[in-house]
Structures are given as structure tokens and as C-alpha cells.
Write a protein that binds this ligand. Sequence first.
Ligand code: AMP
Length: 542
Amino acid sequence: MKGLMQDWPLLVPTVLDHACTYHGTREVISRTVEGPIHRYTYIDLNRRSRKIASALQKMGVKPGDILGTMAWNGYRHMEIWYGLMGLGGIVHTLNPRLFADQLIYIINHAEDRYLFLDLTFVPVIEAIQDRLDTIKGFIIMTDDEHMPETTLENVLCYETLIEQGDEDFSWPKLDENTACGLCYTSGTTGNPKGVLYSHRSNVLHAMATNAADALGLKSQDNVMAVVPMFHANAWSLVFSGPMAGANMVMPGALMDGASIYEMLEVGRVSLTAAVPTVWLMLLTYLKETGKKLDFLERVVIGGSACPPSMLEVFEKTYDTQVIHAWGMTEMSPLGSLCTIKGGLENLKVSEKAAIKIKQGRPPYTVEMKITDDDGNELARDGKAFGHLMVRGPGVARSYLKQEDEPILDEDGWFDTGDVSTLDGFGYMQITDRAKDVIKSGGEWISTIELENLAVGHDDVTEAAVIGVAHPKWDERPLLVIVRTEGSSLSGEEIRAYLQGKIAKWWLPDDVVFVEEIPHTATGKIHKLTLREQFKDYTLPNV
Ligand code: AMP
């Protein structure tokens, strides 16, 4: 027998409707690319989201169409998200830090119809426009006055376009499983893979991660999404903030300590979220200036592991609670958040500190287990570590256009590629990455890609890349080379050789020459041994 309750689809525009109706005067405060700080309310966001949806429809955009955005966190980007998703279209967020070949690949693979661009990114796309196969035009996210000179073809001005839309536009009735967002993983081997979110997965993920024991956002909060909207849905804040009726603060392009501090103060921010690198810059700024965090109650730190020293400074010096979080693009993205749970209040301070540094507990809707290489579940004892497997309505079941290549095991579990422990209280801690990817400033650098390029040089016999600790970027690549006999190749020469073949920030910070690179029994480079060998290595620019 079926229940007799309403079939109310979980759709992204219902979040905006709710925010507008019950929290209409709450604000979205944005630092614009043009310069000034812009403020308006959820009523304005709702009006303009409908207008842009209507304008796009008049332009011929249809449900199911994929449109790309290369934009910072700001009010226009929010309008595009709500407007296009509400229309039944799909927002494909492009990470501007990808290098040209990857961007071209994902834009063509997704078959993006139009690209929305912040002023900052016009030159990035100008350089590759000839290689984009499916793009019909570009919409520059500014007003008439700030429209740039550009070689892009079929260019529209966002503010001119939106004026052609109707603010009474009605959202079409959609099935809740309709696709609405697309984000490519930064593939470490092979091409990036597209994760295709649905209205249902976004809404459920926003609700789940906003539970009181997780993000716990409320209408009194002022929430700043520092984590970019192009980095795994800005960890859902663009949905969970309006859902809760919180003010949203959108910091735009400037991530340095002084600029982030200014937005924390202007927006009287009570909760914010970003990768450790951003917080390192803020903490350095605070130390240098002696300034205090006047309003900040909670800071969410994730994307890579939060160093214990950072947690301590936030909590002890600035009285700001740290919520360590873990997740991945394939998980919408939040998989766990670390808050102290009921029953543990009376633990000793040191015991609590040991828990707080873990990546946390899954919210309801995320299932988690660890397994050995044969798929057997391991003990939840905080000691055994194994493959971290997840399941839930916010977890991908396949990648875009690879539906016939299963990514789940027969019981529906997704292997995260991370290795972790799970303790008896339910807290998960990442102990290692299954892959050897380097995380620099929260972004990935593929060691295999660098190695393949380096060995392309005539004077290189063998090359290996490992991550070396860096105080600002977490990790930076160190290139280890075995030269061909008789060669006097220098570090500068090989770096010059790599320049232009990879994104600038992928360039190894240093190069060392060795007689031999260690190998495993099956002939693979033994990265573990290599890392051990260079564990005390200090990079030259540190
Ligand atoms: P992405 O899909 O780019 O968000 O990257 C996801 C990966 O980042 C995860 O599989 C982890 O390897 C890593 N990661 C994310 N958050 C954390 C964290 N708090 N601690 C350690 N690694 C993390």
C-alpha cells in the first residue's frame, strides 16, 4: 500500500521561492569584479533569476541545454544558477584554474551551448575560442558601461540580456530527477569526468548538510561562501544559505587576507567556508595587523586536511569554532563534517582536540564504510584503515556520457579513492590518498602528467614527481630526474621546457637530479619510498 502524501518534487527553484517568501529582505552582498560592493535582497534575487530564465528561453535555451559559467562567487552567478536550473537547463561550472586543453575538452565534451563569463575570464576564453565546437555565443557578466573590447564572437552583455526577460516568468514543472548542475572532476589520470547533479540531489544534500550537527545554518546567520561556486557547488552554501534564510556574502575575485577580512567585516559574517590555503592567508593578515574576528563564529575547513595548528589558532586566538569537513565532487560534495556529538561533551580537552582534527561524521543520507583490498568491511575502531566507500542520494552513480562504465560496486558503494579510518564514535579520518595527486591551494596537480612531459625531454631518462610540504600552498611539486648519460641538463632548463605545456601553477618548484629512482616489484615508481627520501626537503622559495 502506498502512502497518501503529496508528491512534491524537490526542485532547486523551490529553495529560492522559500527564501523570497519567508526571508525576502535578507541580503546577498557581493564584491563585484567591477569593484564596488553590491547589495540586494532575496526578493531581488528571485526577480532577476526569473528574468534571466525568461531571457534565456527567449534566446532559444531549452530544458536539458548545458550552459557553462566561468565566474567568481557573486550575485549574477547566483541568478544564473537559480534561473537556468529553474528553467530546466544545466549549469556547467568551469574551473578557470584548469589549463587550456582540459577546458577545451570539458566544454566540448559537455556540449556547452553558451558561456557566461566574468570580465576576468574573457582573455582565457578568447585564447581558446577557435577550439570550442558547440558554443553559440558568450554572455559577459557585466553592464553596458563595463563591456570590454573582445575578439569573442557573438557576445552579449548580461545586463542588456536580463532586461529582455520577464520577472513574472513561471518555473516549469520538472521531475525532481532532472539534471541541473555539472562539474568535472580534475582527473588525475585520463580526462576529467563529468558529475551531473539533479534537483533532487542538490536539495537533499543542502538539507542534509544543513542539519544542526553539521553546518547548522539559520536565518540569523551571515554566510560567506569563499569556496568557489566552480569548486564542487561551493559546498552547497548557495542552496543551504537561502534555504535557511541566511544572508549570503559573496567575495568575488579577491582571496587575499585583507580582502577576505574586509568582506567578513562588511557582511558581519558568522559562518564561512574554504580550503586551508585561504585561511592561512587570512591568519597571516590577522597576525600582521593585530585585527580580530569580530563576528565570525564558525569556519568550515575542507578540500584538503586542516592542519592542527590552524584549528588551534582559530579556536584559541580568535574564538572561532572550526568545522573540519571532507567531501568530493562526486558527493555533491560534502561527505562528513566534524562537530562534537552528544555524549562526548565531557571528554577531556585533549580528547576533544583529537576528534576535532578528524574529517568528521557523515550527515544523514551519507552511508560510509571502510574496506580492505578484497572489499571486506574493516573494523570501526579508529585504527584499521582502508578504502573509504560511500553511498547515498547525493553520490554520483555514473559519469556523464560514461553511463555504461559502472563506478559502483554491486551493492551500490562508490570508492572515494581515499584511505581512512572510522572510529567507534563514527568519526572518519583520512590517513592517505590512494592516488599520489598533489594538492596545491586546494587544487590538484597530476604527477603522472608532469612526469610524462618531463620524460619527453631528450636529456631525461626517468622522472618522478612528488608533493613537498609548502607553508602557503600545502604542497608543491618536486621533480626528481635521472639524466641521460653525459647530460648536464639543469633545473632551470627543464622548467623552461615545461613552461607553456602546463598551467603555470603546475610548474615544479624545484628539480633534483638523482642516480636512480626507486621502483616497486612490478616496476612502478615507488612514490612512498621517494617521499620518505625527500621528507625533510625544503623548497627554494620557502
Ligand atoms: P574534489 O573532488 O576536488 O573536491 O577533491 C576531493 C578529494 O579531496 C577527496 O577525495 C580527498 O582526497 C580530498 N579532501 C577533501 N577534503 C579533505 C579533507 N578535509 N582532508 C583531506 N583530504 C580532503
